[in-house]
Design a protein around this ligand. Structure first.
Ligand code: ARG
Length: 461
């Protein structure tokens, strides 16, 4: 069945039909299409275009269809899209009543409604999965409170930090991701039904009622925008893109930390993969895949924007290209979140190796400079003196804390024997005792706040 045969004398070329058909993937919207059709039937009844008996018959067939689709028993056939498939079934089963349902709607407002419902549901599903990962981050951070590691800039040893502080940095990223997901959901939360093909419809459909029925927070304001708009898809893809970029950064650190050269982490065997030729290998393939898939996610966002950028108002068939990327993006994001939560929950942090590494690379040099500032030197000079001391350590094969007092004084006479307390590695951590800093108390507070945030979010969602 076609929804548009009347003015045509010829059959559509088979190749054109299959080229333009979206049914193979938009059947994923089937349940939304049934709900949207139900809301439309209610509106048609309200304005007297079908009677109560007809409305009831429509609803009951929609119910049947849902059950058949759930069981995989519905024959989708080779319809052009999901909207046609649903309508065909209604006409086959209800005859004239089914045929009345097209009044006052177009696939253009219908597909926009289906897509908005999909984005709303999926943004919540992703948010729940993200909360699970956040709980793991929090758990691991609490478990390792007190463990030191080198913090890096430029991937060079920079300053000592707590492993927990490093982990909690991801918690902050994910909090912003939660916000973005919520914003994407809110953006999708307007009902376009009643916009028709582009100009609105001639029947007085109760738009608020349809929006209510479908759980939308409101209705769209301009019928032309409503059928042409896929910003809500781009917004959601952007949220997913930033989220998976964060996952990718975490994955990159897993890859680095798992190399024997770093030796900071060991993945559980259930999360590592072997090599077909090198028997000794336990590779972090899952992390590499997360990193790779983040690139694919970015592709989906760029594709959507590229589809939109040249479109004149209002609906254009290009918009059908909004779906496959979106579907793939949510599936990939969900899988990435699950696998990262599992990997992080079961990984072993090699805290002894981290503690060893924090003592390499003069990570306490800033603290030495800060110490000299406390003794009255301007930072510029303190920095230069500390730099000279680092240089002499490099030459003598020593660590800063291994220099004798006289060696310090040869470079900077204001050094006293309290210097050792200031450049001890755990002292460097504890000295960063201000909001957002890595001192143990501050990190513990951050973990407590995060716990509260997480619990509040869980109950709110
Ligand atoms: N399958 C189409 C899509 O996804 C539905 C809308 C088709 N509308 C039209 N006028 N051809 O965009």
């Amino acid at each position: 069945m076609k929804l548009w045969g009347g003015r045509f004398e010829k059959e559509t070329e088979a190749m054109v039909h299959s080229f333009s058909s979206s049914l193979s993937y938009d059947r994923r919207l089937a349940f939304y299409d049934l709900k949207v059709t139900e809301a439309h039937a209610l509106a048609l009844e309200e304005c007297g275009l079908i009677d109560a008996g007809e409305r009831e018959a429509v609803l009951s067939v929609l119910g049947q269809l849902r059950v058949e689709m759930e069981r995989g028993e519905f024959a989708f056939g080779d319809d052009e899209d999901i909207h046609t498939a649903v309508e065909r079934a209604l006409v086959e089963r209800l005859g004239e009543t089914g045929a009345r349902l097209r009044a006052g709607r177009s696939r253009n407002d219908q597909v926009a409604a289906d897509m908005r419902l999909f984005v709303k549901d999926e943004s919540r599903r992703i948010a729940f999965l993200l909360l699970d990962l956040m709980a793991v981050v929090l758990e691991r951070a609490r478990e390792h409170l007190g463990a030191l590691m080198p913090g890096f800039t430029h991937l060079q040893p920079a300053q000592p930090v707590l492993l927990s502080h490093h982990l909690m940095a991801y918690f902050e990223m994910f909090k912003r991701d939660m916000q973005r997901l919520g914003e994407a959901e809110a953006r999708a939360d307007l009902c376009p039904l009643g916009s028709g093909a582009l100009a609105g419809v001639t029947f007085p459909l109760n738009r608020e009622m349809m929006a209510d029925e479908l759980g939308f927070g409101g209705i769209t304001a301009n019928s032309m925008d409503a059928v042409a708009d896929r910003d809500f898809v781009a917004d959601f893809l952007y949220a997913l893109c930033v989220l998976t970029t964060h996952l990718s950064r975490m994955a990159e650190e897993m890859v680095l930390w798992c190399t024997p050269r770093f030796g900071f982490m060991e993945l559980d065997e259930a999360y590592a993969t072997g090599s077909s030729i090198m028997p000794q290998k336990a590779n972090p393939d899952l992390a590499e895949l997360v990193r790779g898939k983040a690139g694919r996610m970015l592709g989906h966002l760029v594709s959507m924007l590229a589809v939109l950028k040249g479109l004149p108002l209002a609906y254009n068939r290009d918009l059908q290209e909004d779906k496959e990327g979106l579907f793939d993006a949510v599936d990939q994001a969900a899988a990435m979140l699950r696998v990262m939560a599992g990997a992080l929950a079961t990984a072993r942090f090699e805290v002894a190796r981290m503690a060893e590494a924090v003592g390499e690379g003069f990570t306490n040099a800033t603290d030495l400079a800060d110490y000299l500032v406390r003794k009255g030197l301007p930072f510029l000079e303190a920095h230069a003196s500390a730099g000279r001391l680092v240089r002499s350590c490099i030459e003598g094969g020593k660590k800063l804390e291994e220099l004798g007092l006289e060696e310090f004084r040869a470079v900077e006479p204001r050094v006293e024997d309290d210097v050792y307390d200031h450049i001890a590695l755990n002292a460097c951590v504890e000295a960063r005792d201000l909001p957002g800093g890595t001192a143990t108390m501050r990190v513990e507070e951050a973990i407590d706040r995060a716990q509260e945030w997480l619990e509040a979010r869980r109950t709110r969602l």
